[in-house]
Design a protein around this ligand. Structure first.
Ligand code: ADP
Length: 162
């Protein structure tokens, strides 16, 4: 029973942290593939208080909440400080990250090692990007959009009924 596992602290809760500025179909694929591994996955939007964002953070969270509203295992949150502290606050013991290439791996490995230490055993689970998504990054999507290009094909489709 899911609620019983929750109270016994046996629920497998993961966060998928990121800027998601914007969330692309590459992120969406990682998120969907992580679902069978966990009881709950929280899409955690990391907020840098010193940055200004094109869209207010509340708006971005509301959009993501809406995008995944039919998936009961997914919820969204925002957080400002250490990822591991946010994990502890919500009883998450796993961090999901996507790897597109060796550059991602080199960047991510020491962070995962550090989070395991300072988070007292919080495990980072890496999922390899599918080859058709390895070229997609939020920064490129933003740049293309700013310069007047079309970016719809890199972004999740909202359902036709909306
Ligand atoms: P951050 O600013 O923390 O790197 P991002 O929103 O850029 O946040 O990315 C969040 C996670 O998603 C990272 O682990 C990143 O490697 C992964 N990711 C980004 N784009 C893709 C993609 N196209 N395919 C798979 N994983 C991706």
């Amino acid at each position: 029973m899911l609620w019983l596992s929750y109270f016994r602290g046996m629920m497998k809760i993961a966060i998928f942290p990121g800027s998601f500025n914007p969330l692309t179909i590459g992120h969406q694929d990682i998120l969907q593939r992580a679902l069978p591994l966990f009881d709950k996955v929280i899409l955690a939007i990391g907020v840098n208080p010193n940055k200004t964002y094109e869209y207010p953070i509340e708006q971005r969270q509301a959009d993501l909440e809406n995008l995944f509203k039919n998936e009961p295992k997914i919820s969204t949150a925002t957080y400002e400080k250490l990822t591991v502290d946010f994990c502890k606050k919500i009883n998450a013991t796993f961090i999901i990250r996507g790897l597109r290439n060796t550059k991602d791996f080199e960047f991510e490995q020491p962070i995962a090692q550090m989070n395991y230490l300072i988070g007292a055993g919080i495990e980072t689970i890496f999922l390899s990007a599918q080859p058709q998504y390895t070229h997609i990054s939020s920064s490129l999507v933003r740049e293309i959009k700013q310069l007047g290009g079309k970016v719809e094909s890199f972004l999740p489709r909202t359902t036709a009924t909306e």
